[in-house]
Ligand binder design. Structure first.
Ligand code: CMX
Length: 144
């Protein structure tokens, strides 16, 4: 793991939460993105080297809709940057962690992502993210 890439926060209303986090951080979000496969609309804030991702559900089956229904708004996941997500998935499996994805999938912010079940990591949903570098052509090769 290289560093904490971002903290994900589940929110009811992305527009309202964008205003709240702009007031909190003193800077507006720098991008928004819909990730249809995950059922989320996201916005990203940057403060120094740190990023915060706000996540709102776009359908009732979204993991974020289920999370909010059960626990209310709040910290949803912690994401770690990795250089080689496939190697990291194998390493974590061999350490006994429960991976929610056997293979990486395409996530927001130009990343390949994979999740660990929160029961594996003391109640925290952990995301692995690897920056997609076009020359590696990984996403294309894997048809993501
Ligand atoms: N953080 C911590 N615990 C969580 C959690 C979260 N984000 N989401 C669920 N849980 C807990 C549940 O509360 C439940 O706890 P209890 O057994 O104590 O009640 C437990 O995990 C299992 O929950 P579940 O009902 O069996 O499973 P869910 O249907 O809620 O699914 C999870 C949970 C993590 C497997 C599912 O949300 C998932 O696959 N997440 C990965 C994908 C994702 O979150 N995508 C959205 C973000 C995408 C992005 O970042 O772009």
């Amino acid at each position: 793991m290289k560093k904490i890439e971002h903290i994900g926060i589940a929110v009811n209303n992305l527009e309202e939460a964008n205003k709240t986090y702009k007031a909190l951080l003193g800077a507006a979000h720098y991008k928004t993105e819909n990730v249809e496969s995950e059922g989320v609309a996201t916005s990203f804030f940057k403060i120094g080297d740190s990023k915060i991702e706000l996540l709102a559900a776009t359908n009732a089956e979204s993991p974020v809709a289920k999370f909010i229904a059960k626990r209310g708004e709040g910290i949803h996941h912690m994401a770690f940057a990795v250089d080689n997500i496939e190697a990291e998935i194998e390493r974590l499996k061999s350490e006994g962690f429960v991976l929610l994805n056997d293979a990486p999938k395409k996530g927001a912010d130009n990343k390949l992502i994979a999740f660990l079940h929160p029961k594996s990591s003391n109640g925290v949903l952990v995301e692995l993210c690897q920056e997609i570098i076009p020359s590696h052509n990984f996403a294309e090769k894997k048809n993501l």
